[in-house]
Design a protein around this ligand. Sequence first.
Ligand SMILES: [Zn+2]
Length: 266
Amino acid sequence: MTFRRVRILILLGILAAVISLTWLEQSLVRSWRGPLEVVVIPINGDGSQQAAETIRALQESDFDDINAFLERETARYGAKLSPAMRVTLQPELQARPPAPPRDGSVLKTIFWSLKLRGWVYRQSDEWLPQLGTIKLFLLYHAPQDGMALAHSLGLQKGLIGVVHVFADPRQAHQNNVVIAHELLHTLGASDKYAAGGWPVFPHGYAEPDLPQSMPRQQAEIMGGRYVNAAGRLVMPASLAQCVIGSMTAHEINFDEGFRRRFAASD
Ligand SMILES: [Zn+2]
């Protein structure tokens, strides 16, 4: 065999290994057999003093909200998972992940997501990726009036979230809403809002059996916001105001995962 052929075979082998590892870790996290393992990696998103201070004060318990939310919602779908998630807080990372392409063409996006996965792998300092661990990179920014944060994202392939959050203790609960949303993307949940951030009826609404015109006080987590009595779009103040709707539950394999889990324990 020529050297060229050997090289192609080796590359194909690596590709096959990556694809099967990706598949394996997705089925691991989506089986809901145990708590989700989540690693949180804080990054100073704007180089500000405020972000530096917020990161210094961070504790694993700052993300307890998300576990409480997942415990409550898994219980509502008939499974008891306590804890539903275990957070490991990593020291601040001095590097920033590669930014997503601006125009969002399919090819560029595929290339970028491969680049991001490579970047994440290089940050881990380990020979083998930690299978089934969700990696959330939190980029902290000092809040500025009228300035919106860059778009956060969660990737199912590679279990990676890149989340832009506010470096302000008063925003901690709302940050957790955004973090939980991206976390569920890594498990396969899709967005349930349309242009302008309006949730899509019925699946992007809490209590979807009620008419769309009825005001809500809760949001479906992947719908992101709710429409209040004044007809305005409202960002939930905390995860206490969020639910996992049935479509999202199906996408993140709640039903199938639970069915298998209980079938296995018979
Ligand atoms: Zn989203």
